[in-house]
Structures are given as C-alpha cells and as structure tokens.
Design a protein around this ligand. Structure first.
Ligand code: PEP
Length: 252
C-alpha cells in the first residue's frame, strides 16, 4: 500500500536557532499522533540539515534536503553533493521545485542528471513539477506536466521508482494563497498515475505516492487529502509553524 506523506519545505527560512526550536516542537508533538502508514518529512535549509538530521534520528520525522548538485564533487562553488547529504544521514532530496526551475534555470534535462546522481547514491527523491497559470488557462496543463515527468523520470527502470515521490505543484498555487480545488488536484493526480501506469507496470503506478503542493493549510487540507489519488502534501508556508504543520499531519 502506498504511503501517505506530509513533507514541509522550509525554503530559505529559519536561522540555525529558529530551526532548532521548530524541530524540537515538531518532534515533541509528533509523538502524540498515530502515524499509520504516514511519513512526515521536513526539508530545512542546508545550514540546519545536519542538526535536524541528528535531532530527529529516533523520531518519526525524516529529513530531506531542498536541492543538490548533479556532479559527484569538484569546482562548483556554493553547491552540495549527494555524497555530502548521505554523509550527514540525509536520505531524501527535493528536486525540480518550481522556484529552482524559475529562478535558477533548472531544466528537465538538468533534472534528469540530478535524478540519476541522487539515485546512484541511494537518495530518495521528492520530484516536483507543475504548470504555470498560462498553461492552465490555455488548457495545456496536462501536456506540460506529462513532458516534465517524461523528460526527467521516464528513462528510469521500474525498480528505481521505489525511490521516487511525485509532487504536483501548480505554480499558480505556490505561496499565492490560491489552491487548486480538490477536484482539480484529483484530476491531475489521476492523470499522472495513469501516465506512470502506461509507461511502467500498474503496480509501479499504484505504489508511487503523489503529493499535492500549493497553499495547503489546516483549513483546506482535509478536502484535498481526502481525494483518492492525493497521497499527501508538499507544504511551504504552513510548514514554518509547528501547530500548522502538525495540524496538516493530523488531517491526512
Ligand atoms: C512549495 O513551495 O512547495 C509550496 C507548496 O509552498 P506553499 O505551501 O507556501 O504554497
């Protein structure tokens, strides 16, 4: 049975000290929640990763990086490698976030390389994709999402999909307060699962968790998470506050 997942992407927020406080609040609160078949993941910035990884070690919370470089090592000033993440016991990485695509020029081709490097090092990947508003308005959203997934992931063999978590994040809903309706999310998630089923065996499609991301908050989470093909959420803003994030875990 595929897992339900609530993952918090902290982006470029929280100093070292603030991060310590939030991790402490989360690890304390999570103990009271029965996590039947549910994974809880947080993705702090690089400066806070090692500490978060250490402090969550014996808890139900897992730690993810927000990005990594595609090369093994070398002259890439300011970058972080897969091996570096593994060396601090971080086993998950977010790749393809729309902010990386929009502000740092990450293309599907580059992301395919990052995916390969992450898998080579045994990292699990939360792979993000989603259409911009113009694509949605022009009815191109299915095509755009299909291309993003095909270009970055469809070269993989079935076995590698054990390490893939998909995150559909319509760009027009990220940090805008606007969410896709539960029906829009379900429609896209079912389309994605069908796409994976066509390319791979249907058990690969049935097993892959597909998260929704885009202004998920305690007030709207239940309706979105209740949809059949929505297996949880990738959360931005609401992941920065312990009570809100815990409420989202409870909503799943
Ligand atoms: C995100 O950036 O992945 C995201 C979903 O952000 P927010 O929840 O703030 O829209």
């Amino acid at each position: 049975m595929r897992k339900k997942i609530v993952a918090g992407n902290w982006k470029m927020n929280k100093t070292f000290k603030e991060s310590k406080v939030l991790v402490k609040e989360l690890t304390k609160s999570i103990k009271a929640i029965p996590l039947d078949n549910t994974r809880v993941i947080i993705a702090p910035p690089f400066t806070n990763l090692q500490k978060a990884s250490k402090k969550t070690k014996d808890t139900a919370i897992e730690v993810s990086a927000q990005n990594m470089h595609q090369a093994e090592n070398g002259a890439f000033t300011g970058e972080i490698s897969a091996e570096m993440l593994k060396s601090i016991y971080v086993d998950i990485v977010i790749l393809g976030h729309s902010e990386r695509r929009a502000y740092f020029g990450e293309t599907d081709e580059l992301l395919a390389k990052k995916v390969n490097t992450a898998l080579k090092h045994g990292l699990e990947i939360i792979f993000c994709f989603g259409e911009v508003l113009e694509d949605r308005k022009s009815g191109n959203h299915f095509k755009v999402v299909e291309e993003q997934i095909k270009n970055a992931l469809f070269h993989l063999d079935s076995e590698s999909w054990n390490k893939i978590i998909l995150a559909y994040e319509p760009v027009w809903a990220i940090g805008t307060g606007e969410t896709a309706s539960p029906e829009q999310a379900q429609e896209m998630h079912a389309f994605i699962r069908e796409l994976v089923a066509e390319r791979y065996l249907s058990d690969v499609a049935e097993e892959v968790s597909i998260l929704y991301g885009g202004s998920v908050k305690p007030a709207n989470a239940k309706d979105i998470f209740s949809k059949e093909d929505v297996d949880g959420g990738l959360i931005g803003g609401a992941a920065l506050n312990a009570d809100d994030f815990i409420a989202l875990v409870e909503a799943i």
